[in-house]
Ligand binder design. Sequence first.
Ligand code: ADP
Ligand code: MG
Length: 160
Amino acid sequence: MRCMNTVKTWQTATSRQSDTSRIAGQLGRACRGGEVFLLVSDLGGGKTTFVKGLAHGMGYDGVVSSPTFMVSRVYKGKKLELHHFDFYRLDEGGMVGMQLAELTHEPYVVLAVEWGDVVKNVIPMEHITVKIDRVPSGEDDRTITIKVPEKFAYLLEGMA
Ligand code: ADP
Ligand code: MG
């Protein structure tokens, strides 16, 4: 029988874009390399906003925008590189999916993936899921649920 890994769940509410970026920034600062973030939400939920925060937390201070046409973007932080993928409206991961698979072995790389269903075959079993849900109470209200396997438990240590 296969042993299930323990997964820690952390949840918070945000009511503006800057809250979401700030939380992601805390996680970005805690990254050590090798983390794989899967971002899950509907369109406009805040995935790219979250990636922006991650990148800035890692020390990158340029622009972060959604990679389109299956192009991935790289943001160089102080010590680590954040590779941002967006597979929106794609039926398969293709070549980019293969590049992503290669990157999961790089110790100084952090991956952030939007609409990653089409590449789930190459996503390591131990990944971080960031789910952003809209809340009916207000247009800018979101619930953010982060699931972290034991391997990446240090990410949640500083979180309130
Ligand atoms: P996605 O990548 O999931 O399609 P984006 O991050 O590109 O989403 O867009 C999120 C949009 O929602 C932005 O226009 C942002 O200003 C807005 N927004 C409003 N409230 C929040 C919040 N609490 N967290 C994140 N984004 C928010
Ligand atoms: Mg996006």
